[in-house]
Design a binder for this molecule. Structure first.
Ligand code: URA
Length: 238
C-alpha cells in the first residue's frame, strides 16, 4: 500500500504537491469513491484509481526518449566540470529521482537518448551480448567508398580491439552522409571506426535503437515517454 499522492505523482509524472492539488480538486477516485485525503493509501494491483475519470496505470519505472541537443553531457552530474547534463535540461514533468541516461552520446552528438530509472533495463540494452542495434547518421569530411563499407562489414580495429561487423550505407548523393548501424557501445565508437578509415565525422546523430526510431516531432532538447510496445521494439531486429 502506498500513499495516493505518491502513486499519482509517479504515474502521471507530476510533483507530490500537484498530486495533492488533484486530490483537493476532488478529481481522484479510488474504487469509484472520491478520495478525501492525499495520505489515503492504495494498492494499484487491487484498487482502481482514476484521475479526472481516467484510469491510471502505475509504472514502477519510466522510460524517456530525448532528442539530445549538442552541448550537454550524458551524465547525472556535471558539477565537477561545470557542464550541463541531459538531466539538467529535462523538461518539466519528466524529472524524477533516480533517472540516468542508459548509454552515452558524446557532448557534440545529437539524437535518441534513452533516460530511465530502471537499472536492469539499462543493463540489458547496453549489454554487448544482447546485440541491440544502434543506428546513427554521420556527416563526413570525405565520401564513403565501397572499401569502407566492406571494412565495416568485416569489423574494423579500434584501439587494438576488433569491432563487431557494422552496416555502413551512404545516404546522400555526394556520399558524405552515411547511415551506420552498430551493435556495441565502445567509447567514441562511430568516430573511431571512421577515423580508422581516414574519415572524420563532422556531425553525428543517433536515429534509432533496435527498431524504435527517434520521434521526428521532437525538437532538440524535447522529450516524450516511451510506452511498453515501443520498449519491445528496442529489442526487436526489424
Ligand atoms: N559513437 C561515437 O563516436 N559517439 C557517440 O556519441 C556515439 C557513438
Amino acid at each position: 500500500m502506498e500513499r495516493i499522492d505518491k502513486i499519482i505523482a509517479s504515474a502521471l509524472s507530476v510533483t507530490r504537491s500537484e498530486a495533492k492539488t488533484l486530490v483537493k480538486q476532488k478529481q481522484v477516485q479510488k474504487n469509484g469513491v472520491t478520495v478525501k485525503s492525499a495520505d489515503e493509501k492504495a494498492d494499484l494491483q487491487q484498487d482502481v484509481i482514476t484521475v479526472g475519470g481516467r484510469k491510471i496505470e502505475y509504472n514502477k519505472y519510466v522510460y524517456i526518449m530525448m532528442n539530445k541537443p549538442q552541448g550537454v553531457i550524458s551524465s547525472t552530474d556535471g558539477s565537477k566540470t561545470g557542464e550541463k547534463t541531459v538531466l539538467d535540461i529535462l523538461p518539466e514533468g519528466f524529472g524524477r529521482r533516480g533517472l540516468f541516461p542508459a548509454g552515452r552520446l558524446d557532448k557534440d552528438t545529437t539524437g535518441f537518448l534513452l533516460i530511465t530509472d530502471d537499472g536492469e533495463f539499462a543493463h540489458n540494452i547496453l549489454s554487448p551480448k544482447k546485440h541491440i542495434e544502434k543506428t546513427y547518421v554521420a556527416v563526413l569530411d570525405k565520401p564513403v567508398q565501397p572499401s569502407d563499407i566492406a571494412a565495416f562489414e568485416q569489423g574494423v580495429e579500434i584501439g587494438g580491439e576488433l569491432c563487431l561487423p557494422a552496416k555502413l550505407k551512404p545516404i546522400s548523393s555526394d556520399g558524405k552522409t552515411a547511415e551506420v548501424v552498430i551493435s556495441q557501445g565502445m567509447y567514441h565508437q562511430v568516430k573511431r571506426m571512421f577515423a580508422s578509415r581516414g574519415i572524420k565525422v563532422l556531425e553525428l546523430k543517433r536515429t534509432k535503437m533496435g527498431a524504435l526510431e527517434l520521434d521526428g516531432t521532437l525538437a532538440p532538447g524535447q522529450c516524450r515517454f516511451i510506452n511498453n510496445d515501443e520498449l519491445a521494439l528496442i529489442f526487436s531486429e526489424k
